[in-house]
Design a protein around this ligand. Structure first.
Ligand SMILES: Cc1cc2nc3c(=O)[nH]c(=O)nc-3n(C[C@H](O)[C@H](O)[C@H](O)COP(=O)(O)O)c2cc1C
Ligand code: SF4
Length: 440
């Protein structure tokens, strides 16, 4: 950590520690400490309200899903049919697989009860008596902490039967996946949770009516659900006092790469990259910003032209990209964009579940073409072939993994075609020898 750097007052004023406010409190992950720091007060308040009032509150707050797509959370909860005689389920998506994303795991490590409290309130609102938290398999440390938090919550009467004398019952299970990016896609996640191979389901029907065990299910991201107790305590207007009109609330931006102090910075939606880099201690010495992703590798990358674009859902859409998971990855003039794109496509190729042809074959070929270019054996036609492959992936894949794989390719060629031509026309020394053979 570089301590001698002082961010500007303007950047510091963008910080809104809400979800992160307990992160620096020692042992905040223990239930006694959490309770001392206002923990479970939102639950007591929520259990006195009618479930429909809570759904309306979340609708009024304007909370949008923090898992990538930004779907309005209250509206999603409102889709759950009532009095249908079927069990309802809440499933929390704690898979956090999008490259560069690092917000849900730190949240679950530092403040797991915020998530557990959010799970209880959300389950009460949608009338679910069973909730599952699906966590990626590699995150053993976070799964242990979360399981401990769930046990502590049972012991204190926040989970189980007749919670706090309200008559509401809820059981929560923390389920570890086996570690596959596709299992973050909500329908693949549901299949995996049911014990099947994690592959996306055809929609419709949507999880709101046919989710876990073909019953009405809400799937929400960790940060989305952890925001709920604060909305219950602070109210919808307070929540809307942060962020922008159509993208309200605070958001944890995880910034990595060529900055001095990478980490999580919680700001109102709409902060700019310039301000985030300032908060993160500036660019590393000798590095000049070249390209960056606003929300993981599935969101088209941007350049230094976009330093002052508001990083909310609308601002990012306005410059042809997406807010995604707010995984801001910062690259400099010393980073090779063709190599970065190759690494990302190698990831998508590896993680493609293989269910549909455009993604399975498209990524197979794209990783080979990119390798060939980096080996100094590329041709001008290879660039056309890459773009053609992207045309056949985008909008033609079975799920958004295939769409997302096109983002690094099309955006890097759009902004930095010259870097590809430097390899193709021999101005840059090859990075690899020979063709890519075998599995990647
Ligand atoms: C390939 C792929 C991976 C995904 N991974 C995650 C993930 O790790 N965590 C997550 O919350 N959402 C992930 N999503 C988005 C989910 O499908 C879903 O939209 C989200 O969990 C909904 O929660 P929200 O409304 O709270 O954002 C992924 C989507 C795709 C296509
Ligand atoms: S787009 Fe890729 S990950 Fe999604 S279903 Fe098709 S093959 Fe599987």
């Amino acid at each position: 950590m570089t301590l001698d750097y002082q961010p500007s007052q303007e950047s510091l004023s963008k910080l809104t520690p809400v979800l992160t406010k307990r992160w620096l409190s020692p042992d905040a992950w223990k239930i006694d400490v959490y309770e001392r720091l206002d923990g479970y007060t939102a639950l007591r308040k929520a259990l006195k309200a009618h479930p429909d009032e809570l759904i309306q509150l979340v609708k009024d707050s304007g909370l949008r899903g923090r898992g990538g797509a930004g779907f309005p959370t209250g509206m999603k909860w409102g889709f759950i049919p009532q009095n249908d005689g079927k069990p309802h389920y809440l499933v929390v998506n704690a898979d956090e697989g999008e490259p560069g994303t690092c917000k849900d795991l730190p949240l679950m490590m530092a403040d797991p009860h915020a998530l557990v409290e959010g799970v209880i309130i959300a389950s009460y609102a949608i009338r679910a008596n069973f909730a599952a938290i699906y966590i990626r398999g590699e995150a053993v440390h976070a799964a242990r902490r979360l399981r401990a938090a769930v046990q502590q919550a049972y012991a204190k009467g926040y989970l189980g039967t007749n919670i706090l004398g309200s008559g509401f019952d809820l059981d929560v299970v923390v389920h570890s996946g086996a570690g596959a990016y596709i299992c973050g896609e909500e329908t693949a996640l549901l299949d995996s949770l049911e014990g099947y191979r994690g592959q996306p389901r055809l929609r419709p029907p949507f999880p709101a009516t046919h989710g876990l065990y073909a019953s009405p299910t809400v799937v929400n991201n960790v940060e989305t659900i952890a925001s709920v107790p604060y909305i219950v305590l602070g109210g919808s207007q307070w929540f809307r006092s942060m962020g922008s009109e159509k993208s309200p609330g605070p958001k944890i931006y995880s910034i990595s790469g060529r900055v001095n102090n990478p980490g999580q910075y919680e700001c109102g939606l709409g902060v700019t990259l310039r301000q985030l880099i300032d908060l993160a201690g500036g660019m590393q010495p000798g590095h000049k910003l070249k390209f960056w992703t606003p929300g993981g590798s599935s969101t088209p990358m941007l350049t230094d032209e976009h330093l002052d674009t508001p990083m909310d859902f609308e601002g990012m859409a306005g410059v042809g990209t997406m807010l995604g998971t707010t995984a801001v990855q910062v690259f400099s003039d010393q980073d090779d964009i063709v190599y970065a794109t190759y690494r990302w496509i190698a990831f998508y190729h590896h993680e493609s579940c293989g269910k549909c042809t455009p993604c399975r074959e498209g990524n197979y070929w794209m990783v080979r073409i990119l390798h060939r270019i980096l080996a100094g054996q590329g041709t001008h036609r290879d660039l056309d072939t890459l773009l053609d492959a992207c045309d056949n992936l985008l909008g033609r894949s079975f799920c958004a993994l295939g769409d997302g794989a096109t983002s690094p390719v099309t955006s890097s060629i759009k902004y930095f075609k010259q870097d590809y031509l430097d390899y193709i026309e021999g101005r840059k020394a090859p990075m690899f020898k020979g063709e890519l053979v075998g599995a990647h």
